[in-house]
Ligand binder design. Structure first.
Ligand code: FAD
Length: 368
């Protein structure tokens, strides 16, 4: 293997996406990252590669990664990679990075990715920016992004003309957006939470021409210092906020009758064909479980309809739902910040308004 020097930035080329699979199921974050990686690879004029690890992998779904933008997929198949271990996956990914030298590596900020990414970055002596919400390599596109999302005087600001990855993420509790670069080391590594990037439509032609390269990892049982004795899955079904078309979220505004407030949200979600979410206040109070949390430290959602019942609209909450197609807010305080981003705002008591909404939707459905 050629000598690896993370500071020899000119030696690195290509955009990689770590494609996470679990029990043979490709995770949707992989498609989201490939779609985003495709844009970066186009801007750089380089290849986009997916990396898959596991045991007894199905080549058909590996080829399908081409339909989401990958030019090439490297995949390592070994019984030692059947279940995720930090040691096993980090060794294989780092070995491959050291050999092929990609300039960018994107990893999903899932439980697995949050463990794997930093371990690899430390081992490769490079930097990693966690939980990015926006990525650019092209300076003009980055300026355009700043024009639409910040109050920076872009035309009178000097920008360095280079293709360093500009990794933007919330900072200081979401009050600021920070753009971080990693100019002296390669690869530039970034994690992105599920739901933040949009998946591009599947392209048959891409799947037909993707190059799939199977490789045998240099991995032995001695490399893995933990032994998985048993995997116990949570019996509880987690709420699928990210895939939902309609999310009805509740906030601290339900505090006078928590059970009643959640029941109303469930009824409204049911008539709209959606699921229930919540602000962090409802999770911290123990009213809803953590998988319901929408926001900066919860999930990022892009539903067709987002209903906020008794949620003030703190910046950290907005960070997770402001890209929803239609936002409907019910709040008894007319100055609540949620109304600034709502398409429809109803100023009133949610315990009075929500039953009226449910009845009106039922009546509209019955009239069809
Ligand atoms: P409140 O801010 O207390 O608002 C309650 C609202 O309900 C008020 O606007 C009130 O007018 C209204 N109301 C009261 N009674 C009624 C009624 N009967 N009918 C109608 N309206 C009523 N928050 C998140 O949500 N998600 C996150 O991921 C998240 N991450 C965070 C990360 C950090 C680092 C920090 C510092 C904070 C984070 N927060 C997050 C917390 C966030 O700052 C807010 O504290 C939180 O979102 C407030 O929740 P809320 O809107 O439910 O409660």
């Amino acid at each position: 293997m050629a000598e690896f020097n993370a500071m020899d930035t000119a030696a690195f080329k290509g955009v990689w996406v770590f494609c996470e699979q679990r029990e043979g199921q490709m995770q949707t974050i992989s498609y989201q990252l490939l779609s985003e990686g495709r844009k970066l690879a186009n801007d750089l004029g380089v290849e986009l590669c997916g990396v898959v690890m596991g045991s007894e992998l199905n080549e058909d779904y590996i080829k399908a990664l081409g339909g989401y933008g990958a030019d090439r997929v490297y995949y390592a198949d070994s019984p030692l990679l059947k279940d995720y271990t930090t040691d096993g996956y980090a060794k294989v990914l780092c070995d491959l990075v050291m050999e092929k030298k990609p300039e960018i590596v994107l990893i999903g900020a899932t439980n697995l990715g949050r463990d794997l990414g930093p371990r690899c970055a430390a081992r490769l002596h490079t930097g990693l920016t966690a939980d990015c919400t926006h990525l650019d390599v092209d300076v003009e596109k980055y300026k355009e992004f700043l024009r639409t999302t910040s109050n920076i005087d872009v035309d009178n600001t000097k920008f360095e003309e280079n293709t360093n990855l500009k990794m933007t993420r919330p900072a200081f509790g979401g009050h600021l957006m920070a753009t971080i670069i990693c100019p002296r080391f390669r690869p530039q590594m970034s994690t992105v939470r599920p739901g933040v990037m949009q998946t591009q439509p599947y392209d048959e032609a891409g799947a037909a021409k993707v190059v799939v390269e199977k490789f045998t990892p240099n991995l032995t049982a001695e490399d893995i210092h933990v032994e998985i004795l048993d995997i116990k899955k949570s019996a509880k079904k987690l709420v699928d906020l990210i895939g939902a078309d309609v999310v009805v979220s509740v906030g601290r505004g339900i505090s006078k009758d928590v059970e009643g407030g959640i029941k109303l949200a469930e009824e409204l979600a049911e008539v709209l064909g959606g699921v229930v979410g919540g602000s962090r206040a409802t999770i911290d109070s123990g009213w809803l479980s953590a998988d319901h949390q929408v926001g900066q430290t919860g999930k990022t959602v892009h539903p067709k309809i987002y209903v906020a019942l008794g949620i003030s609209g703190a910046i950290q909450h907005k960070a997770g739902m402001q890209d929803s197609e239609c936002i409907i807010a019910v709040n008894k305080n007319e100055t609540a910040p949620i109304f600034e981003i709502a398409d429809y705002g109803i100023c009133g008591d949610l315990f009075k308004v929500t039953p009226m909404l449910i009845e009106a939707i039922k009546a509209a459905k019955a009239a069809k």
